[in-house]
Ligand binder design. Structure first.
Ligand code: DC
Length: 231
């Protein structure tokens, strides 16, 4: 009999569609969807509010340790995939603000911050039936995940998606600027010393450039089923 699947790791660069695909797969499999990026964003937001320097790894790690970050099913029907509570406050949309976006990579590069986040993420994933999405899930957080997907798309395609999202929100930023930001973020996430963005040796690399969301979901689900059947 094939192994029943319980933990799925989905990693990849910013904007590759990990969250959309992860959430849809979780809904189809009846699993919990957990986006680990929100935890780093929550620490960045709290650091901004408390004016803790992004260079002070120890203070940031202590902050990460004492913050209470909860990820719940959506509590409001406003297009959100989940509700994030930071010490009880709904910060779901605040975590997407530009000042958080600008700071989060600098927060995520500290080893002490990552250790704390990884510990919390492993605790969350322990009961299983979870699709965990991030940058280091297959390599560090869940090295024994039942299936590991590394989702990629060209920088141009990811910038197009991000640009469309920003324009829809009323932003007037131009595409070239968004593309430059995507490239800069990729370089930062893949060149950091601790847990750089890279596929696990046993990850299935899936390039969804030029594919619709639905096609990507269908094909990734088929890949996961193949892994399970082979197990
Ligand atoms: O996926 P996202 O854009 O919400 O991630 C926000 C930041 O956190 C991004 O700079 C990468 C970092 N991150 C990380 O280092 N490890 C993770 N598991 C998830 C996110």
């Amino acid at each position: 009999m094939p192994n029943p699947i319980s933990t799925v790791a989905i990693d990849g660069p910013a904007g590759s569609g990990k969250s959309t695909v992860g959430a849809a797969l979780a809904a189809q499999l009846g699993f919990l969807y957990f986006d680990t990026g929100v935890m780093y964003r929550a620490v960045a937001l709290a650091a901004l509010r408390l004016t803790i320097s992004h260079e002070d790894g120890e203070a940031l790690a202590a902050l990460a340790h004492r913050l209470h970050i909860e990820v719940l099913p959506p509590t409001i029907d406003d297009g959100r995939q989940y509700t994030i509570l930071l010490d009880g406050e709904d910060v779901t949309w605040v975590l997407r603000a530009k000042d958080v976006e600008a700071l989060v990579s600098a927060v995520a590069r500290h080893a002490a911050v990552r250790e704390e986040m990884v510990r919390q993420q492993q605790r969350i994933a322990a009961p299983g039936h979870i699709i965990m999405v991030g940058r280091d899930i297959g390599t560090v957080v869940l090295p024994n995940a039942d299936a590991k997907i590394y989702l990629i798309a060209s920088a141009e395609e990811r910038a197009r998606r991000r640009h469309a999202e920003l324009i829809a929100k009323g932003d007037t930023i131009d595409y070239e600027r968004v593309l430059a930001d995507v490239r800069e973020r990729d370089a930062r996430d893949s060149s950091r010393a601790v847990s750089p963005l890279r596929p696990a040796d046993d990850a299935l690399i899936f390039d969804c450039t030029g594919m619709s969301v639905q096609e990507t979901i269908t094909r990734v689900l088929a890949l996961i089923r193949e892994v399970v059947d082979a197990g």
